[in-house]
Design a protein around this ligand. Structure first.
Ligand code: AMP
Length: 417
């Protein structure tokens, strides 16, 4: 038997209801905040990711699914959505009429990571990006929107962690101070961090290896190195979050994996998923649109790990797919054909409807209707077709009604609308 590939997974009925609930809630919440949906390809030129995410990141260094595609050169299954959204914003000159645009997109991402619980090679993200606004009010609003969505979904044990990563004006000074400390602690750093400390020392703060965590305990804080503008920006973000009832924790070691972040960076962490505790992450990336060939337009966004959020939501509530509104139980050949016709008519008119063509007994039909959790059962035999009346049973109250055959589809469509 051919099985799926390790690190990939099927989302089956039973689980999908939670996914659908999340997707509906995300769409509704984001649209209330003025976001529009955007759908993008899952493959892009590899260069898009190496230029935006950064050559020194784990994703680009070792996790991308990259293929040679003839004359087109190297193409990559997208490891995240931001780069594609930015590419699309620039390519279609969406900034021309109005630089302010708010997008969300939902779909699969691919990273060749070591598969484990909560970490897949194909996983899904719900991604939101805003272009053209540099105000800290927006940073706070995005975090508020994210926590609002989580509250709507009754996700417990989640908390926002925030930091500021400064800007090209103040970050280099901090990087220098950090590098000095890292140079002094070289022998304690893991192989990856040794490399990172040369190219992108900030990323060492993000390392999960215990020895590296230990090594950066007394590290300088980026928050002590922010320029006045970045500092004011961060203070406003914090104030607005507090004023709007968002609980958060400032985490000076929160740097996020990707190179393109500036100023506000944030993550939603949970205590209920074990090691893979990040449910969502995001931040401001004011320089990326320009770096990818667009105009100077500030931007900010976040990505929710859909798979992880689904796990959290499933822990809190069981969401079952509703059964059909109507199950038609035909007895006899003619009745079965009539039932087939009614199901098509009713389903086409928006009434969820089921039947069975296998010539079951009434008892066996009732069992099946129960199993499908049908709300009503319509019983029709060849005899009823002759007498012109059928029986409708409410499966909750067990009450039965007799309905005339004449205009039955119309009667049912009206009743169940
Ligand atoms: P990132 O783009 O790395 O900031 O990831 C954003 C969110 O996507 C994380 O907070 C996770 O919830 C989720 N995520 C990232 N990588 C994976 C993965 N390999 N498997 C499942 N979820 C992931």
């Amino acid at each position: 038997m051919i099985q799926l590939i390790k690190g990939f997974k099927d989302v089956l009925p039973g689980e999908i209801e939670v996914w659908q609930t999340i997707e509906r809630a995300a769409k509704e919440t984001f649209e209330n905040f003025g976001f529009q949906e955007i759908r993008l390809p899952i493959v892009e030129k590899s260069e898009l990711f190496s230029r935006s995410i950064g050559d020194t990141t784990d994703i680009v260094e070792k996790e991308m699914y990259t293929f040679e595609d003839g004359k087109r050169g190297h193409i990559t299954l997208r490891p995240e959505a931001t780069a594609s959204v930015v590419r699309s914003y620039i390519q279609h000159k969406m900034y021309a009429a109005d630089p302010i645009r708010k997008f969300y997109t939902i779909g699969p991402m691919f990273r060749r990571e070591r598969p484990q619980k909560g970490r897949y090679r194909q996983f899904y993200q719900i991604d939101a990006e805003v272009f053209g606004i540099d105000s800290p009010y927006l940073d706070a609003q995005l975090i508020f929107m994210l926590t609002t969505l989580l509250a709507t979904l009754k996700a417990k044990d989640v908390k926002a962690h925030i930091n500021s990563l400064g800007c090209p004006c103040c970050r280099p000074k901090f990087q220098k101070a950090l590098k000095e400390l890292l140079d002094a602690k070289k022998e304690h750093l893991c192989e990856n961090c040794l490399r990172r400390s040369e190219k992108n020392p900030l990323r060492v703060l993000d390392c999960k290896v215990p020895a590296c965590r230990e090594a950066v305990v007394g590290a300088p804080s980026i928050l002590d190195h922010l320029c006045d503008e970045c500092s004011d920006h961060f203070e406003t973000v914090k104030r607005v979050l507090t004023e709007n009832g968002v609980e958060y924790e400032v985490d000076k070691n929160l740097v996020r994996g990707l190179d393109y972040y500036t100023r506000t960076a944030f993550e939603i962490l949970t205590t209920s998923l074990g090691a893979q505790n990040a449910v969502a992450g995001g931040g401001r990336y004011d320089g990326l649109v320009k770096a990818l060939g667009g105009p100077e337009v500030p931007a900010i966004g976040f990505a929710i790990g859909f798979d992880r959020l689904a796990e959290i939501v499933a822990m809190q509530q069981s969401i079952e797919a509703p059964g059909p509104t109507l199950y038609i139980a035909p007895l006899g050949e003619k009745a079965t054909e009539t039932a087939a016709h009614w199901v098509m008519q009713l389903a086409a008119r928006g009434i969820s409807c089921e039947t069975d063509f296998s010539g079951r007994s009434l008892k066996s039909h009732m069992k099946r209707a129960d199993k499908l959790k049908a709300a009503h059962v319509l019983m029709v035999g060849d005899d009823e077709l002759k007498t012109g009346r059928v029986t409708l049973r409410n499966m909750t109250t067990r009450e039965q009604d007799e309905l005339p055959l004449d205009g039955l589809v119309e009667t049912l469509a009206q009743q169940f609308k």
